[in-house]
Ligand binder design. Structure first.
Ligand SMILES: [Zn+2]
Ligand SMILES: [Zn+2]
Length: 122
């Protein structure tokens, strides 16, 4: 199991991204279990999750300890992919903004409900 640091800084996974984070952590678990013979020098250090959150509309997944390139790649993939999943419901989403500049990744329905619009950042 992917370990949470004690204490963690914060773990907040928006409802719509729970499946994405589950898939990421299943991959990390599988990699640790099935590939424990590789990256031994990296994985002998305890890798722990210290923070999961939403920032600027995207997932952020922070760890302490050394992580191997596969972990880095998987985490980067999940973080990038979160910009295509509504954080409220898990449907297809797009990065959206309020007029004051707050960002969230939302589907059409939740974008309208919450008063966000799609526009270029800036
Ligand atoms: Zn590895
Ligand atoms: Zn939605």
């Amino acid at each position: 199991m992917v370990k949470r640091a004690k204490p963690v800084i914060s773990i907040y996974i928006p409802e719509g991204w729970k499946t994405l984070v589950k898939i990421l952590e299943d991959f990390l678990d599988w990699h640790l279990k099935e590939n424990s013979h590789i990256h031994i020098d990296v994985h002998k250090d305890n890798f722990e999750v210290i923070q999961i959150k939403e920032k600027f509309g995207g997932l952020r997944y922070y760890t302490n300890g050394a992580i191997c390139e596969e972990f880095m790649g998987a985490i980067a993939f999940a973080e990038n992919y979160s910009y295509h999943i509504c954080e409220k419901c898990g449907d297809a989403g797009k990065l959206s903004f309020t007029h004051t500049g707050w960002a969230k990744t939302l589907c059409d329905k939740h974008r309208a409900e919450l008063g966000y619009v799609i526009r270029e950042r800036g």
